[in-house]
Design a protein around this ligand. Structure first.
Ligand SMILES: Nc1nc2c(ncn2[C@@H]2O[C@H](COP(=O)(O)OP(=O)(O)OP(=O)(O)O)[C@@H](O)[C@H]2O)c(=O)[nH]1
Ligand SMILES: [Mg+2]
Length: 320
């Protein structure tokens, strides 16, 4: 295993309030031996953000993005628990018919609310990544099944040289009180397929708690509309040769309301995504069917801007 670049270690020591975890045990990448499973060891290229300001590395800012659809009873719990290292919170509203947005704004007045273009978690995630403005971007669900205090775990590896961090319920220290037997078996099968097809050692796949350096987002070239976005994120991170870490995470049951995921329907979409990514060379074109309520929101914005596109403020302030 390669050691981590010197500049990255310095950076973490100064910037991170958290203790760096890159001892040899963590870097060994074996289940149960360390808190971080090291899946890729390529050195990260030094980006512009790494250059010191006044002799110190610039503090890395953190955006948290939350796809939310009808989560009025859960979103408050999530937002109240945001750790202080978070600079920006972006909620992508999936045309909620309840008071998700109102509740969220009441709890967090500086919240950026972005309307979704179409439907599905994948579409929401792509919109969210486009709206995030900080150096590091963490994705978390709105239903209370992911503990916001774990955000530290997703930020620390990014401060220590990784580009993409995925949560795992099956690493030592992780777990789930939400997985049904069917979902657990389906996830296991899909993890094994992924590991065989892409020659990696992931311990989890269909889990949406993750983080990424914002500068790496274009390389991920996401196109998915539904829950298969989580698989696409991981596979595209592999294909883009990003440095990937897995960290343990504890999944809780959603606090209230009903799931949007259907094990068989969404499992098939994940399977199709895996097969396409492995065997079809041609990049998949992005075709977004735009929701008509979003079109109505865009028209005045398009008329005002010479470029014809919707300015970011229009997207951020509009609620559907
Ligand atoms: N914006 C947006 N968010 C969505 C959409 N579908 C799901 N979400 C959000 O994505 C997150 C994950 O969806 P869930 O329905 O909880 O799916 P899951 O976690 O796999 O299923 P459970 O274990 O039952 O909670 C939640 O925060 C949802 O509110 C959508 O179409 N648009
Ligand atoms: Mg959930």
């Amino acid at each position: 295993m390669t050691s981590l670049p010197q500049d990255v270690d310095n950076h973490a020591a100064i910037v991170s309030p958290l203790s760096p975890t890159h001892d040899s045990g963590a870097a060994a990448g074996h289940e149960g031996r360390g808190s971080v499973s090291l899946l890729r060891t390529r050195e990260r290229r030094a980006g512009r953000d790494d250059f010191p300001v006044n002799g110190h590395p610039r503090r890395q800012t953190v955006s948290v993005v939350i796809p939310a659809m009808n989560e009025e009873h859960n979103i408050g719990w999530v937002l109240e628990r945001m750790p202080s290292i978070v600079d920006e919170v972006i909620l992508v509203d999936g045309h909620s018919s309840d008071r998700t947005v109102e509740v969220a704004r009441a709890v967090r007045p500086d919240l950026v609310v972005v309307p979704q273009r179409y439907r599905g978690k994948g579409d929401a995630v792509r919109v969210a990544f486009g709206a995030a403005s900080c150096d590091l971007v963490v994705m978390i669900d709105a239903d209370g099944s992911m503990e916001p205090s774990e955000i530290d775990r997703f930020v620390t590896p990014l401060l220590n040289g990784y580009d993409f961090v995925k949560g795992s319920r099956f690493l030592a220290g992780g777990g789930s009180s939400d997985l049904t037997l069917i979902r657990k078996l389906g996830n296991q099968l899909l993890v094994r397929m992924t590991n065989t097809m892409f020659l990696v050692h992931f311990t989890d796949l269909c889990y949406g708690y993750c983080s990424v350096r914002r500068e790496c987002l274009p390389a991920l070239a996401l196109t998915s509309h539904g829950f298969e976005i989580e698989t696409e994120l991981v596979v595209h991170a592999l294909k883009a040769d990003l440095r990937i870490a897995e960290v343990p995470s504890n999944e809780l049951p959603r606090r209230c309301g009903t799931s949007n995921l259907h094990a068989f329907r969404d499992g098939k979409r994940v399977l199709r995504t895996l097969l396409r990514e492995r065997f079809v060379r041609r990049p998949r074109p992005v075709v977004d069917p735009i929701d008509q309520r979003v079109l109505q929101l865009w028209r005045p914005a398009a008329a005002q801007s010479p470029g014809g596109g919707a300015p970011r403020e229009a997207l951020s302030e509009g609620t559907l």
